[in-house]
Design a protein around this ligand. Structure first.
Ligand SMILES: [Zn+2]
Length: 502
């Protein structure tokens, strides 16, 4: 008799896990390029561990039978509705999506309710309700059950895996829904200081373009002497000054961007200090401030971006985790030249750039360096192939910046473009890969400046200074002070000595 109870219990949880696989979790794996047997094996193992951990949490809730019978079907339906979008469009369950749902963006809500989605939802609801009805008398979780020990091991597995590789599970369904909702409600960790004084500039017709790159290391630009021609277009452009000795101690986006866009110095990592953002100063000086980004905003810099008077986030429901994310070039469609000569403006582009998974960042016509990687699992790729794929993203960057420059050349404005990558990337040095690694390869981001002929005519001295500093070692502190220096900002203290134009 006891054995059959146990069997019933096992059978209930096993079947429930199978339903979760079909309706929810498989969506997080289906788009992954496995590439090889090893890749298949690793992700298969990952998948099993995720389910084992999920079983652990579910079993614990199932000890409270009444709560479980109501809560689980609800959670199942919610998770299935997210999974549908991950299945069909590889959307990312991130803070951006949670925000859109919680702040009920009406046009998105209308988009969501299409026929296949409703059909899927009805199917999921019907399945889970029927499942619970069918198993009404079979589900007998108990603290005395020997299964409890497995459930506890399952929960421990979650923490062990997350500890081994950060976000290994948290970015996958259904965990991603929970953790990104938490993230959405988290407070930002930067305090921005308001600019209250009357900041001034006598300049006009000035156009400042800041392009924030992603994971681009300076030494992979042929402009900086890289052996491969990764800059076939930019090398044909005049008026480009590339800095190859730029340093940042920060190796991931969430940390580096707030520093680049505020007066926070790289040496200043103390908490509870207020910083002033570039945009708040320029707003006060009557600049038009505009943000065009191809990355979903992270908590650490969201408030800075919100200071721009106009903000466009391209393709905000696909994050870097998605394989269907828009390419950076799309951002240029949103950029309109302002011909008003009495207006100064700053436009910041935020690229997805060379973020892993490299192949997803570019069109196939840029896959020039071959062979490229075929698996998302790094361990199954050859080092050369990873570097080839990475270098192809640099070719795309070359193309993107060149397109932008061609567009800017048509403007009558005095235009300056500053490109700065948020950090570098490790490509196998000391067996380290990607970024967020404490390695010097992550700390030397690419940086270059392009200026229009009008700009040079108006500020010959600034260009002379810029060229003379080409070989200097600088830090990412330069950006804030350089932009205010270009803008000839008065009545706000900045460090002119940090400007690359001074
Ligand atoms: Zn980054």
């Amino acid at each position: 008799m006891e054995k059959s109870k146990l069997q019933q219990e096992i059978s209930f949880h096993l079947r429930l896990q199978i339903l979760i696989v079909i309706f929810i979790t498989i969506a997080s794996y289906i788009h992954l390029p496995f590439g090889s047997l090893k890749g298949n094996f690793i992700y298969g193992f990952h998948f099993l561990l995720l389910h084992f951990s999920l079983f652990g949490f579910i079993y614990i809730i199932s000890l409270l039978k009444k709560v479980f019978n109501i809560l689980l079907p609800i959670l199942f339906i919610i998770a299935s509705s997210f999974a549908f979008w991950v299945y069909t469009q590889d959307l990312t369950i991130g803070v951006g999506m949670i925000q859109a749902i919680l702040e009920t963006n009406l046009d998105i809500a209308m988009d969501v309710f299409n026929f296949p989605f409703i059909l899927f939802l009805i199917l999921a609801t019907f399945t889970i309700v029927y499942f619970f009805k069918y198993h009404k008398n079979h589900q007998k979780s108990s603290v005395k059950s020997p299964i409890l020990i497995f459930a506890i091991i399952g929960i421990i597995t979650f923490f062990v895996v997350e500890n081994y590789k950060f976000d290994a599970f948290k970015n996958r369904l259904p965990y991603s829904i929970y953790f990104n909702t938490i993230k959405y409600f988290d407070k930002p960790n930067i305090t921005l200081k308001k600019v209250t004084q009357n900041v001034l500039t006598k300049e006009n017709n000035l156009q400042i373009i800041v392009v924030i790159g992603e994971s681009v290391r300076a030494d992979h630009l042929s402009l900086n002497g890289y052996y491969r021609n990764t800059n076939p277009l930019l090398s044909q452009q005049e008026n480009i000054v590339s800095f190859h000795k730029t340093y940042t101690p920060f190796t991931f986006t969430a940390q580096s961007i707030p520093q680049i866009l505020t007066n926070q110095s790289i040496d200043n990592v103390e908490k509870n200090i207020e910083f002033t953002s570039l945009y708040s100063v320029l707003n006060k000086a009557s600049f038009k401030t505009e943000w065009i980004g191809n990355q979903t905003l992270e908590k650490s810099y969201k408030d800075i971006i919100y200071e721009n008077s106009s903000r466009t986030i391209v393709d905000k429901f696909h994050s870097f985790l998605s394989f269907k994310k828009e390419k950076d070039l799309v951002m240029l469609n949103y950029f309109k030249d302002d011909n008003n000569e009495y207006v100064n403006n700053i436009t910041t582009f935020h690229m997805i750039g060379s973020h892993w998974f490299y192949n997803s960042r570019i069109d196939s016509s840029f896959m020039k360096f071959k062979p490229i990687i075929t698996s998302k699992y790094l361990g199954s790729s050859r080092k050369e192939d990873i570097v080839n794929s990475y270098d192809n993203t640099i070719l795309y960057l070359d193309f993107f910046l060149n397109e932008l420059i061609e567009k800017l050349k048509k403007s009558s404005k005095k235009t300056i473009l500053i490109y700065i990558s948020d950090h570098g990337e490790t490509l196998g040095e000391d067996d380290m890969w990607l970024h967020a690694q404490e390695h010097k390869a992550s700390k030397n981001p690419a940086m270059l400046v392009w200026y229009s002929n009008n700009f040079e005519k108006s500020y010959p001295l600034k260009i002379k200074q810029l060229k003379s500093k080409k070989q200097d070692s600088i830090t990412t502190d330069f950006l804030f002070h350089s932009v205010l220096d270009i803008g000839e900002i008065k009545n706000f203290d900045y460090l002119k000595g940090q400007s690359i134009f001074n």
